[in-house]
Design a protein around this ligand. Structure first.
Ligand code: S3P
Length: 450
């Protein structure tokens, strides 16, 4: 993994001076998917400002069109979605190709489970490896008929019908599974009740309320949450402003933290308390992150972040914080490689079933960059003397956008440049990543260094 051929999509990041400037990152991926889906279920016209125009979200836009909604983009970059109401979707006349997107795949599986027709789903090689039984099993319990490859994997077909409400305890803390079941419950008579072992991102609940539905959330003494939704409520179109994605901001925040002399402001970042675990963790490690201008937009907390470089120390990251930063671990591992001491990150078995096995992919790439670490079944222990790692690696991204961006951040601050084999995967969640960081002073080139 240390030397390899240049491929057409490879990108190299090299050691850079301080990052400086003011930027805003693209729209939140989770909220963007949901804005398109709820817009298509509501009666009337929903206008979406700041939609993430990444490949994952464009798959959802396309799917909603195939399910009968009108979805258009204005010349000013706003999106318009016109739906016909809950229960009014149309049978798609082709396979819904979800590309690389687990969120699109799982949410739409829930959505079509109550529709009286058959929907066929497929995706890319990464999506075809991911576990879908976590969604199929409760949907089948509700009455949907699902035919899939072994272990419930994609491609699969769902024949929907009038479902029965369910009282379901999620075996894993997953916002995608919770959201799939809430979408299935929307057109199901009766009360659906979902218990999540730990709170996960609540964008679906927030958006249900934003579109006029009543949803009840109860915190339990043991830290679990119960979400209750009575089916067959009407949704009314409601405009949405999508905040910047904290999961995309994460890469810039870590880069500015580990590059000495940096001073970067990120405006309009989503700060939903169930998504801000990375910022909390970095601050505990010694990062200098100031949050200002806190406000609320379409039911979501938003603010600006000013990040100055700082010296980090290793810590033990509380495993129960994982759901609030689940997508940020790859770049947190990079930050840990610059933190003096030992950083212990556990409770992360879910990382093994993301776009790639993120524990294995990150461990391999970090080792190739000269980082000392131990890979555990459910996490990593990373040790550093606080100096920049050697870098100088060629890293395979395995169709995983966050692996690509994490190692490019590593390359900006490591002793020698780091090349990722395929930079095109970044289009799924963060179009313009390289040019945005170039604007702050980051140094990148296409291909491997000569
Ligand atoms: C998401 C939930 C998380 C996260 C994913 C987006 C969502 O997945 O990793 O990128 O929008 O609901 P899980 O539900 O599998 O934890």
């Amino acid at each position: 993994m240390t030397s390899a051929p240049a491929s057409s999509g490879s990108v190299t990041a090299q050691r850079t001076g301080p990052l400086k400037g003011v930027i805003s990152v693209p729209g939140d991926k989770s909220i963007s998917h949901r804005a398109l889906i709820f817009g298509a279920l509501a009666t009337g016209n929903t206008r979406i400002t700041g939609l993430l125009e990444g490949e994952d979200v464009l798959r959802t836009a396309d799917a909603m069109r195939n399910l009968g909604a009108r979805v258009t983009r204005d010349t000013d970059g706003c999106w318009q979605v016109t739906g016909n109401g809950v229960g009014a979707l149309a049978e798609p006349d082709r396979v819904l190709d979800m590309g690389n997107s687990g969120t699109a795949a799982r949410l739409l599986m829930g959505l079509v489970a109550s529709c009286p027709f058959t929907t066929f789903f497929s995706g890319d090689a990464s999506l075809h490896r991911r576990p879908m039984a976590r969604v199929s099993l409760p949907l089948e319990e509700m009455g949907a008929r699902i035919t899939s490859r072994s272990n419930g994997r994609f491609p699969l077909a769902i024949t929907g019908r009038q479902l029965m409400p369910i009282d379901y305890e999620l075996p894993v803390a997953s916002a995608q599974v919770k959201s799939a079941l809430l979408l299935a419950a929307l057109d199901t008579a009766g009360l659906t009740r979902i218990t999540e072992p730990r709170p996960t991102r609540d964008h679906t609940e927030n958006m249900l309320r934003h579109f006029g539905a009543k949803v009840t959330v109860t915190e339990q003494r043991d830290g679990s949450r119960v979400i209750e939704l009575a089916g067959q409520q009407e949704l009314r179109a409601a405009d949405i402003i999508v905040p910047g994605d904290p999961s995309s901001a994460a890469f810039v925040v870590v880069a500015a933290t580990i590059l000495p002399g940096s001073d970067v402001t990120l405006t309009n970042v989503g700060l939903n308390p169930l998504r801000d675990g990375l910022f909390e963790t970095l601050i505990e490690m010694g990062a200098d992150i100031e949050v200002t201008n806190i406000r609320e937009q379409a039911g979501e907390k938003v603010g600006d972040l000013r990040v100055k470089s700082s010296v980090l120390s290793g810590i033990e990251v509380p495993p129960e914080r994982a759901p609030s930063m689940i997508d940020e671990y790859p770049v947190l591992f990079v930050a840990a490689a610059f933190a003096k001491g030992k950083t212990v990150l556990r409770g992360l078995r879910e990382l093994r079933v993301k776009e790639s096995d993120r524990l294995a992919t990150m461990a391999t790439g970090l080792r190739a960059c000269g980082v000392t670490l131990e890979e555990l079944e459910d996490g990593l222990i990373i040790e550093s003397d606080g100096a920049a790692p050697a870098g100088g690696a060629y890293v395979e991204t395995l169709l995983d956008h966050r692996i690509a961006m994490s190692f490019l951040v590593m390359g900006l601050a490591a002793e020698s440049s780091v090349t990722v084999d395929d930079g095109r995967v970044m289009e799924t969640s963060f179009p313009g990543f390289v040019s945005l960081l170039r604007g702050l002073g980051g140094k990148f080139s296409n291909g491997s260094p000569a």
